[in-house]
Design a protein around this ligand. Structure first.
Ligand code: FA5
Length: 339
């Protein structure tokens, strides 16, 4: 029996050394150590031994079982280590390989000037507010003191969506919405998209962008308006840029001005962009009309204010010397990727 046991030990070790997979090793464990395994079968014959032989054989059988168990565990571990090494090799990443460069986008020129404009006005203490693009006649015209028979209300200039609804033709609606919800002192800007049935040319688009500005407080004068706008123009175009104020008319401001900047394309000599004027109209502005303050529940005897509306697309074309406003809306990547 002793020889049989030693044979099992030798057979088990040899078989284990030839096992190729974890499944093979497990099958060998069952074959030698399992309930119906070869070692168990031998041990079942122990009853036929004399009492004197039994302890030594029993001890040897236990020793062989432990030996085979250890060999199984060792073989299993070796196989796992081999599999791990193989996987690590297969999954190795060469971190010295050059990466794949993904194409990088850039901001649209109108977004670039809008971001700069927001930063400039924020540095002067203005808050940024938002307003709806679909407006009512009340906010776009009536509350802004625009008479019922004003030509801007005409279907030709404004895109109407229904009896009372329209696509806002100016960001000035933000003046009313702000004064309805905030008490003076007020200092806000409202950048956004506006719509007009305008004839398209190098400086006019039916969809364009404006930024409204509104300041209301005690003692606000035209000087404050001039100071803020000059500071803004200098920061956007540089100190050499010329700014021109012309008397104008808006129903919601009194007095009103039109503000021009010298044409960046021709330096003021006259060209296609400025229609030979040397100047490009950039914004409308003025002192908030008492009727507008009153419509928003603000006493014009106590408070005064100024407002302005900047054309952001005009700002972009003058700043980047773009010869035609239509380029901003064509979405040609060869053009847009230059900014
Ligand atoms: C207004 O829209 C007034 N709401 C501005 C204002 C605000 C005045 C507050 C007083 C107080 P105007 O129609 O001039 O004004 O337009 C303002 C600016 O928008 C213009 O100076 C110009 O830069 C730009 N603009 C006007 N029409 C177009 C257009 N079709 N395409 C591109 N830009 C335009």
């Amino acid at each position: 029996m002793k020889e049989q046991l030693e044979q099992i030990r030798a057979a088990a070790k040899q078989a284990l050394s030839g096992a190729a997979t974890g499944q093979d090793v497990d099958a060998l464990r069952v074959r030698f150590l399992g309930k119906k395994g070869e070692l168990t079968a031998i041990l079942k014959q122990m009853g036929s031994l004399s009492p004197a032989e039994r302890p030594a054989i029993g001890q040897l059988a236990n020793e062989i079982r432990a030996d085979i168990e250890q060999a199984v565990a060792q073989r299993m571990r070796a196989m796992q280590e081999k599999a791990t090494a193989h996987r690590l090799q297969r999954e190795t990443v060469d971190i010295t390989m050059p990466g794949k460069v993904s194409p990088q986008g850039c901001l649209h020129p109108v977004n670039l000037v809008t971001e700069d404009l927001i930063a400039i006005f924020q540095s002067m203490g203005f808050d940024v507010v938002d307003g709806p693009e679909v407006e009512t006649e009340y906010y776009n015209f009536t509350a802004l003191n625009v008479p019922q028979d004003h030509p801007a209300r005409d279907m030709q200039d404004t895109f109407f969506l229904g009896d009372d609804l329209l696509l806002r033709s100016q960001t000035s609606c933000a003046q009313i919405r702000t004064m309805e919800t905030r008490k003076p002192p007020i200092r806000v800007i409202c950048p956004g998209r506006v719509f007009r049935a305008d004839e398209v040319d190098a400086t006019h688009s039916p969809v364009f962008h404006q930024c409204e500005g509104l300041v209301v407080d005690k003692g606000i004068t035209m000087c404050n308006l001039k100071g803020v706008l000059e500071q803004f123009a200098r920061e956007i175009y540089g100190p050499e840029t010329k700014v021109r104020f012309r008397p104008s008319f808006f129903p919601f401001t009194e007095p009103s001005v039109e503000v021009d900047v010298s044409c960046a394309e021709c330096g003021g000599k006259g060209c296609r962009v400025c229609k030979d004027a040397g100047w490009i109209e950039l914004l409308g502005a003025g002192m908030v009309h008492p009727n507008v303050l009153r419509a928003c529940g603000i006493d014009p005897e106590v408070y005064s204010g100024f407002a302005f509306g900047i054309g952001l697309d005009r700002l972009a074309i003058t700043r980047y010397k773009i010869s035609d406003i239509r380029l901003l809306f064509e979405n040609d990547l060869r053009f847009l990727s230059q900014f």
